[in-house]
Ligand binder design. Structure first.
Ligand code: PMP
Length: 417
């Protein structure tokens, strides 16, 4: 049997059993079966150390960030800024002041589409998206173009679900102000050649925003090497709590953006009729920030870095290669997409509806996502209403993919076809 064809874990692999034991959620039984969690593109489970960090926040440093001079308030403020530093190091950003905390990846993209877009995009300008985007990296640009009288263009996909780079080159023009593209597609797993896309965008005089929601927990990210101008992600897909997102933007871009939300915590001087705002990133963080999620994110980043993101990527590549090989060999199963990808397989079982597939799998304790994955243009490209998506994380194993394959065989037995 080839390396990809064996259900044994490859050598130099992550210490899987030890690692799985750190995730309380993974020891659950679902419908009488051990949980096999393969919906990691939606959100990942959280390790004990992250849960502990959240609890510790509420027991030891529950105070409002940047709002007081007492000990708890200082702990809170220090912790929050430490978390910002951890994100800076994760992304290899030039400065922690280039890291803005938001409520999620969606909010981070909207901040750019409004805060940057309202100032820098005008009538006749163009925004270039791709046929792979999650709705969160599509609708904000549709709205921006509608508001500003600009034109939205989209890079088409080839039959494998990869970006058509010749069309990309053709669509980049003198009026293109910004390219908005996923690092990794949530619907297909497609891994986009960001450095190359950024180089070409810059040569055309455009900026590039990279939606890193599906990438940050799966591979090392270096915004300087990628050449991204804006990079966004959500903490909850990085083994951290819900309710927190990140925008990285180069300092000169941040200082030329409008705040979307105004209020407490982002001001220097306030009079009855006017106010002046603090420098970034505080300018974009009005209101009480999500300290517990930030401390959880800091912990998650340190935990992931201790595992080693290169090792994490190798593990996920191994799982994806194995899944593609095993699942494509099943009669009646059609995989969507191909080529360079990370962490995700999208498939159909004959003409069985994705929701039915997911329901049958759930009876065996297997959690997958069924639907359009907030990426309806991708579904339209393949002429399907929905797919079944299995997506991986550090704690998944080849044995779980074998169980998924058996589950899909059961679907065929039940529904035929
Ligand atoms: N972009 C991509 C590629 C995603 O997968 C997601 C989440 N599914 C988002 C953006 C939006 O993230 P959130 O819902 O956490 O804001």
């Amino acid at each position: 049997m080839t390396e990809a064809g064996s259900s044994a874990q490859p050598r130099a692999a992550l210490p899987i059993e030890q690692l799985r034991a750190q995730f309380p959620a993974l020891s659950q039984q679902i419908n009488g079966q051990p949980l096999i969690y393969l919906d990691n593109a939606a959100t990942v489970q959280k390790p004990r150390c992250v849960l502990d960090a959240v609890l510790r926040c509420y027991t030891e440093s529950c105070a409002n960030v940047h709002r007081g001079a007492h000990t708890l308030a200082e702990r809170a403020s220090e912790g929050y800024e430490r978390a910002r530093g951890a994100v800076q190091r994760l992304l290899h950003a030039a400065s922690a002041q280039e890291i803005v905390f938001t409520s999620g990846c969606t909010a981070a993209i909207n901040l750019v589409a409004n805060g940057w877009g309202n100032r820098h995009v005008g009538s006749g300008d163009e925004i270039l998206v791709t046929g792979l985007e999650h709705h969160s990296n599509l609708l904000p640009w549709q709205e921006l173009c509608r508001r500003r009288g600009a034109t939205l263009r989209s890079v088409p996909l080839d039959p494998q679900g990869q970006l058509d780079l010749q069309s990309y080159e053709r669509l980049l023009g003198p009026r293109t102000r910004l390219v908005a593209v996923a690092h990794v597609s949530n619907a297909l797993g497609t891994l986009n050649p960001i450095a190359e896309l950024a180089r070409r965008a810059h040569a055309a005089g455009a900026l590039i925003l990279v939606d890193g929601a599906q990438a940050v927990a799966r591979c090392p990210v270096n915004v300087a090497e990628l050449g991204s101008d804006f990079y966004t992600f959500s903490a909850h897909k990085l083994y951290a709590p819900f309710g927190l997102g990140v925008l990285h933007a180069r300092a000169e871009l941040l200082s030329d953006m409008e705040p979307l939300v105004t209020g407490g915590g982002m001001v220097e001087l306030v009079e009855a009729e006017r106010a002046s705002y603090t420098a970034p990133p505080g300018r974009f963080e009005a209101g009480t920030p999500n300290l517990s999620a930030a401390l959880g994110l800091e912990r998650a980043i340190l935990w992931l870095q201790a595992l080693g993101l290169e090792r994490v990527q190798a593990h996920e590549q191994d799982l994806l290669g194995y899944a593609r090989e095993q699942l494509a060999a099943l009669p009646g199963v059609r995989l969507l997409g191909g080529g360079p990808a990370l962490g995700v397989v999208s498939l159909m079982v004959g003409s069985v509806h994705a929701h039915d597939v997911s329901t049958v799998l759930d009876r065996s304790g297997i959690a997958v996502r069924a639907g359009h994955h907030c990426a309806q243009p991708v579904m339209r490209h393949f002429g399907v209403p929905a797919t079944v998506r299995a997506s991986f994380a550090v704690y998944n194993t080849r044995a779980e993919i074998d169980a998924l394959a058996r589950g899909l065989e059961r679907v065929r037995e039940i529904f035929g076809g």
